[in-house]
Design a binder for this molecule. Sequence first.
Ligand code: NAP
Length: 485
Amino acid sequence: MSATLPVKNRQLYIDGAWCDSSTGKKLGVINPATEETIAEVSFGNRADAARAVAAASAALPAWMKLTAYDRAKVLKKTADLMRERADALARTMTMEQGKPLVEAKGEVMHSADTFEWFAEEGKRAYGQVIPQTNPAKRHMTIKHPVGVVGAIGPWNFPITLQARKIAPALAAGCTIVCKPASQTPLSLIGVFECLIDAGLPKGVANMVIGSANEISDEFMQNEAVRKISFTGSTAVGKQLMKQAADQVKRLSLELGGHAPFIVFPDADPEVVAKAAVLGKFRNNGQVCISPSRFFVHKDIEKRFTEVAVAEAKNLKLGNGLDEGVVVGPMFEKKALEGTQALIDDAKGKGAKILTGGGKSTRFERGYFFEPTVLSGLSQDARILTDEPFAPVMPVLDFSKLDDVIAAANNTKYGLAAYVFTNDLSVAWRMAEGLEAGIIGLNDPVPATPQCPFGGMKESGMGRELAHEGLEAYLETKYVSMMLRG
Ligand code: NAP
């Protein structure tokens, strides 16, 4: 029997009202654990996106004129409501995305913290007074909201990755139109229910579920949209970068990653292997900062791998709503096929499968993949270059610091990297040498609202969270004044 879905609305939210799409088209939302359709939601098109942009434009002048303190009240209240409704929001997310309830609840709480943090940080959109060289002049900068924002997010963290856009945009005085991933619209509907109950003025935040191409075409071609904030694949990010050039739109891009996880010989291989398994199989490895290439010093590689395999075998796989489950289904059938292809390629090139290796045969329905550990990888295995986004842990060994830095940096991505060592000099050399926007030193889960999140190289442009995440929604205006007399 299908479980009850807590979030009630099923429509788009435009100009302060829930509404059907202009075509009346609907989209089925699938539970990846059961393959059942759990809801039908309105599926919008370009006309709906245009209506939402018009609403955001109309709401902009009044919203930007409010003080940051008044805007903060809506954001703070949203955070409170998200915490109150955390169980319902988490359940909704588990049902449409698959992650276990405990992870879903963690995501809701992290997102509530993000709303609260930006409620406060909006009050610190300071300008500067700059010393003059001409005695008759005075120079200063003031901050100004960018304007209407188009926000496009993925399915893997359907609340957090929209919260990182909505909260700073609204705190800065911008208005926004959000497009969730088509597989996971219900979680964002739940967030909008909180925003609305928190007193969101009409038009300030809008949500259009619908065709990615049509909505993004409207964002790109409508002159009222001044900024696009995108989280998703590098391929789509590159396309958006080209399109944004036509109107020189501001762009924030949070794209793919392929994080190295490097373990030095002074680290405890058992403790680190346990941390590695937790970090790796969280959300089935469908995490942009998921560790995906494990470089372990040759002196401890054997023990590390034994413990990792034992831990991976013990992970309880199942429907994320069920008690004790720590790994849910992958989010769609295509993801299972892609993961299998990467493993088959590695195997064909000599890799050994130490545990897992394929779709779980224990479930009649659902997209369950056995947590997998591989060793003996050949340098040309595709899994070492293609972002896996999957519950697969490829273990390699190394012996010299410089070699492991070179191997870790040998990717087009540069989002996150992890280093485990107790040697401060090694830790510092690694932090300086690794090409990654986020570095976890003995820390497998580094993201937090007050610290910057984003990538180098093809992992993106700009930073979310932290003060940088607010700046991304502000223009700097320079004002020069000549004094009389
Ligand atoms: P995706 O295909 O790029 O989709 C992400 C979002 O973009 C969805 O809302 C999707 O809409 C939309 N989209 C798809 N094609 C588009 C187009 N041509 N123009 C505009 N929007 C378009 O990404 P994904 O494969 O679902 O997500 C996984 C990727 O996201 C991974 O590479 C992962 O590393 C990355 N990611 C990065 C971060 C970060 O912070 N750096 C965080 C999470 C995920 P539909 O759903 O309607 O197709």
